[in-house]
Design a binder for this molecule. Structure first.
Ligand SMILES: [Zn+2]
Length: 399
């Protein structure tokens, strides 16, 4: 059996660079040649030549194509036997999520692990648990920790695309000096690539969330705060310092509550988990009812008919819809996909969100006839970890 590590260690410059890029994209997802060309921005001729060479080397094979009257669309190109495991990690405020799979397996065959609490304990206490979860997931794939070839890491922070470090302000419980990717890399012995969790949710949704190719995707992670990841074609819109898509700090009420970022009336101060839970506590003070202490508990109560919690989520959807209407007018996404704990509320949030989108966005940007779709994440709650796994692989194309 071949070794994925040997392929990923090939130089990213020179004659083998296209072969390496191609095989990495097939590790991300087996696809037809035309789709591989679209995903890699390589010409059809370059893709065809690379696939031919990889086939001759015995590394890939092409499924029999489908089609009628002798006209074949071409089958999916997939890897042959290859040893190696890829890992994605998502560090949330109160969760750790890990996904792992052999490089030859499909994204929907991934081993998933999720544990609470998360980063609210601080990085030093968190890392040993992260490593245990990775080990547990990797062993379930039937391979060993020494077979891990790449790892990606999702964090709920802005990450500078030039340096790979946090862009200020670095809000608690994170500290500016935290280096989670480097620390994890030292323990695992492989490079660890890091990016913002909403960015990676968008990458995963565009790659795995739909059977068809979707150019423009906005992924909204709404939990402790709200972040948006934006894919435009094969480009993840990060901005100069990784601050693109910080919708949580969009000013909604200029005279509103103070925000952690130093702003006032930010979206996070209205629909962030802490704010929603505080509203429930305030409304239910003095009552003997089950008062939620987390957003997940609030969602659970609402789904069980609690009128206060239901109304809080309806209202949150309304404010979120107003904010997303501004986003629609700016970038005109085809899909807006809601992830994070707030997405667990389903229609309790989506219905009012959709109403406000329709009310405030330019009609053409949110019209169903334009194929616009607002939905919850099909990959939830592992979208960010799946995106991290993709990032880990793709980051090797340039290293
Ligand atoms: Zn703010």
């Amino acid at each position: 059996m071949g070794d994925a590590r040997a392929i990923l260690d090939l130089p990213s410059q020179g004659s083998d660079s296209k072969l390496k890029k191609m095989i990495i994209e097939i590790m991300v997802k087996p696809d037809r040649q035309a789709d591989l060309a679209r995903r890699t921005d390589l010409s059809a001729a370059s893709v065809s030549a690379a696939i031919k060479e990889l086939t001759n080397k015995g590394l890939v094979e092409t499924e029999k194509g489908s089609g009628s009257s002798g006209k074949s669309r071409g089958g999916k190109v997939q890897l042959r036997q290859l040893r190696g495991v890829v890992v994605g990690v998502d560090l949330g405020f109160n969760h750790i999520s890990v996904v792992a799979r052999p490089v030859t397996s499909s994204f929907d065959q991934v081993v998933q692990r999720r544990e609470t609490p998360g980063m609210n304990r601080g990085l030093r206490l968190l890392l040993p648990d992260v490593l245990n979860l990775i080990q547990d997931a990797v062993e379930e794939t039937g391979q060993k920790m020494t077979d891990v070839v790449t790892t990606g890491l999702a964090v709920p922070r802005m990450v500078d695309p030039l340096t790979g470090t946090f862009t200020p302000p670095v809000l608690a419980p994170w500290r500016a000096e935290d280096r989670p990717a480097q620390e994890l890399s030292a323990k695992l012995g492989v490079p660890v690539a890091m990016d913002n969790d909403a960015n990676l949710g968008a990458l995963a949704e565009q790659t795995y969330g739909s059977d068809e190719a979707i150019e423009h995707v906005a992924y909204v992670k709404a939990s402790t705060g709200v972040g948006v990841g934006i894919m435009i074609g094969s480009i993840l819109l990060r901005g100069q310092r990784g601050m693109a898509g910080e919708l949580g700090h969009l000013t909604i009420e200029p005279d509103g509550e103070m925000c952690l970022c130093g702003g006032r009336g930010c979206l996070d101060t209205i629909v962030g988990a802490e704010s929603l839970v505080a509203k429930a506590k305030q409304a239910q003070r003095g009552s003997s009812r089950d008062i939620p202490s987390t957003l997940s508990a609030l969602v659970h109560n609402a789904q069980n008919g609690d009128a206060v919690c239901g109304r809080i989520l309806n209202d949150a959807g309304r404010v979120l819809g107003f904010a997303l209407a501004q986003l629609c007018n700016l970038i005109n996404p085809r899909h807006i996909i809601l992830g994070g704990e707030l997405a667990e509320a389903g229609h309790l949030v989506l219905d009012t969100c959709r109403q406000e989108l329709t009310r405030y966005a330019l009609t053409g940007t949110v019209h169903q006839d334009g194929d616009f779709e607002l939905r919850t994440s099909a990959l939830s709650p592992f979208a960010e970890a799946q995106g991290a796994l993709i990032l880990g692989l793709q980051s090797r194309s340039s290293k």
